[in-house]
Design a protein around this ligand. Structure first.
Ligand SMILES: [Zn+2]
Length: 88
């Protein structure tokens, strides 16, 4: 059985996506646990104003860069902790 180059690229892209999203889930669980919050409550919230982040603001790593590291509501600096956990 031979793999084509495009199959390998697709597989690699899928693995990167799984890796990034598992990092996102892990960071969410870690932060919620540390704060004593429920892990089944709403999605990501701004640390400062509790503004719920929209789906396009919630794309791992990419959204952090697109939002220019600040909440769109209150302009508060978003947590670097979750980004670092996502990358790891
Ligand atoms: Zn905010």
């Amino acid at each position: 059985m031979q793999f084509r180059k495009s199959d390998l690229i697709n597989l690699l892209a899928l693995l990167v996506l799984i890796w990034v999203y598992s990092g996102r889930l892990f960071s969410l669980l870690t932060i919620r646990t540390l704060k004593g919050e429920s892990i089944f409550s709403t999605g990501y919230l701004c640390d400062n104003c509790a503004h719920p982040l929209k789906w396009y603001e919630n794309i791992p790593i990419l959204s952090w860069l697109l939002l220019k590291v600040r909440c769109r509501e209150c302009n508060h600096l978003l947590s670097k902790r979750s980004l670092i956990i996502e990358i790891i």
